[in-house]
Design a protein around this ligand. Structure first.
Ligand SMILES: N[C@@H](CCC(=O)N[C@@H](CS)C(=O)NCC(=O)O)C(=O)O
Length: 209
């Protein structure tokens, strides 16, 4: 059975769990990272020399980097019924651009807001710095807002890996109490579509920690 290493409150692990659920793929998950440790032990570093989560083991095949993992799972276990990573080169490249953008652009902007509001005790929060970071994140969500005009999903007219990966980050921004956000009606409508999915409710909706 597929093995997934990583704690469930990591956005990068959550994407992988969401993907498995969409594919109806059974898996065994082992806690690793932060309070669970393990990710700096030699056996773990042999699987991922970066010492980061998630890692998957599929038989004797091992893979790290969450976006590479969800692409692999969709290619290896996907079907025309779920079509998370469409074959058409233009649609696939469109999906890839959101996955790349999430790593290069969205995650670095999201991180100070998430860490500031969720992983920093209230009395130690620098609210001015957090709100400034939220302002930078807002500029990125306005890009998503503009892209969603006339679209129900990010690419190809149907739910794909792009919605999953960007949606996992959206949960951490759009539902965060205590920060100012611009009005993002199309993002909110798209997010409501994602929220209706049982796999979202299982893996992405739980309380942030
Ligand atoms: N680009 C990597 C990032 C991996 C990463 O930074 N994972 C974080 C959790 S989101 C981690 O391992 N943190 C250390 C820890 O949990 O101990 C990916 O997408 O898989």
């Amino acid at each position: 059975m597929l093995k997934i290493w990583g704690r469930t409150n990591s956005v990068n692990v959550q994407k992988v769990l969401w993907c498995c659920d969409e594919l109806s793929l059974p898996y065994e998950r082992i806690d690793a990272g932060m309070q669970y440790g393990r990710n700096h032990e030699p056996e773990y570093l042999a699987m991922n020399p970066n010492g980061k989560i998630p890692v998957i083991e599929d038989g004797d095949y091992m893979l790290w980097e969450s976006n590479a993992i969800v692409r692999y799972l969709a290619m290896q276990y996907g079907s025309p019924a779920n079509n998370l990573y469409p074959d058409d080169p233009k649609v696939r490249a469109g999906v890839d651009r959101w996955l790349d953008w999430s790593l290069s652009t969205l995650q670095p902007a999201d991180r100070p807001v998430f860490v500031g509001m969720i992983r920093t005790p209230k009395e130690k929060r620098d609210m001015a710095a957090i709100q400034a970071a939220a302002g930078e994140a807002a500029k990125l969500w306005q890009i998503v807002e503009a892209h969603l005009k006339g679209r129900h999903y990010l690419e190809g007219g149907a739910f794909s890996l792009a919605d999953m990966v960007i949606g996992a980050f959206c949960r951490r921004y759009i539902e965060l109490d205590g920060i100012e956000r611009p009005s993002l009606p199309l993002v909110q409508e798209w997010y409501a579509r994602l929220k209706a999915r049982p796999a979202f409710q299982r893996h992405i909706a739980p309380t942030l920690s």
